[in-house]
Design a binder for this molecule. Structure first.
Ligand SMILES: [Zn+2]
Length: 201
């Protein structure tokens, strides 16, 4: 039996989600393009929970917009180099739950594709990003609560300091996924895009 691929490819077509990976462009807190691709992957167990969240969001009249999912170790090192703040970024020596494929950063969008007001942009490293931060108006609290409810119901747990980040419970039980295993999941037609990753030995 061949080993199953460690990650599932998620697209707008296969999952009825919007995907706008913030590290695939320069419009993120680093001001740099971190990913040489805009492909979205999750561990199969996280992907199964995501499908439940997608259905629950649809029931509220919204869709999910994924901002980050699987994150290669090289990318984690690049983020840490810019912002070595363990409250918001996992030390790459310990590994990020995004590199385990079981964490996802996301928000809700309405029928027009407009993101709901969550009070801060994604990756804002301040108390304003914390769940139930008292300074936000009720509408923002409700928007965050809808995302929270949808994700908890689907089997994820939240991160108290980041309204956008959800992950599987006990995420550390999942292994870090190295970039060569990840490459095996990338459709061949996209493989040429990974020039930032080292060549196979
Ligand atoms: Zn995250």
């Amino acid at each position: 039996m061949p080993t199953p691929p460690p990650l599932v490819h998620i697209t707008g077509q296969t999952h009825d989600v919007a995907i706008d990976l913030i590290y695939a462009g320069a419009d993120n807190f680093t001001g740099q393009v971190i990913y040489a691709h805009a492909l979205c992957f999750l561990h199969p167990q996280a992907e199964a929970c995501l499908r439940k969240a997608i259905a629950a969001a649809r029931g509220l009249g919204f869709r999910l917009k994924i901002l980050d999912a699987f994150r290669p170790q090289e990318a984690q090192e690049a983020l840490w180099a810019v912002a070595p703040n363990p409250d918001y970024i996992a030390d790459p020596k310990k590994g990020s739950n995004h590199t385990r494929g079981v964490a996802v950063d996301l928000t809700l969008i309405d029928a027009q594709g407009q993101a709901l007001d969550m009070g801060t942009p994604v990756d804002t490293m301040s108390p304003a990003s914390h769940h139930f931060h008292a300074a936000h108006p009720a509408a923002v609290q409700v928007n965050r609560m809808m995302l929270l409810t949808v994700m908890l119901e689907a089997g994820f747990v939240h991160h108290p300091r980041e309204w956008w980040h959800y992950q599987l419970p006990d995420a550390q039980r999942f292994a870090l996924i190295d970039s060569h295993a990840f490459m095996a999941c990338v459709p061949a037609v996209e493989n040429h895009a990974f020039h930032r990753l080292p060549d196979s030995p």
